[in-house]
Design a protein around this ligand. Structure first.
Ligand SMILES: [Ca+2]
Length: 153
């Protein structure tokens, strides 16, 4: 989310039936809202990760602003399973939004009927929050097998 008065996710007036799940909303700027639902309409919002690096960003529900995920959860009865955490992208500054294996987003998502991530890699264990499914355990096992079998030595 860039600087300014932008919003990570904006559910406009009279929008109904929207589902917002497994998203990472990552704010590096000032002002703006991580998520805003207008005063009319409805949505189902859960299993998301919210991160703001340096400002008192808002969660805006029906025209009222809240500073924390906990306050937003109480006011909206949404995002029960969501987290407020740095998602630990590998290199966000250079556009690498894959997750560090220690990210709290790993295995913290919910089934949204996808079998593959943004790049076509299989969903492993519980889905991760975000576009990329962490493959660290697969890589570790591949390296283990390579070393165990003596391949590439
Ligand atoms: Ca997973």
């Amino acid at each position: 989310m860039p600087n300014g008065s932008s919003r990570g996710i904006y559910i406009k007036d009279y929008a109904t039936g929207h589902t917002v799940k497994n998203n990472i909303i990552y704010a590096r700027g000032t002002l703006g809202a991580l998520i805003q639902k207008a005063t009319t309409g409805s949505a189902t919002i859960d299993y998301n990760c919210y991160y703001k690096s340096s400002y008192t960003g808002q969660f805006i529900w029906n025209g009222t602003s809240y500073d924390t995920l906990a306050a937003w959860q109480t006011a909206s009865s949404q995002d029960t399973n969501s987290i407020a955490s740095n998602p630990l992208f590998i290199d966000a500054a250079n556009g690498n939004f894959k997750l560090n294996p220690h990210s709290l987003c790993v295995n913290a998502g919910t089934d949204v009927s996808l079998t593959e991530d943004y790049e076509g890699l299989k969903i492993r264990h519980a889905p991760d929050i975000g576009a990329h499914e962490n493959q660290a355990n697969v890589l570790f096992f591949a390296w283990f097998l390579r070393d165990f079998l003596g391949v590439n030595k």
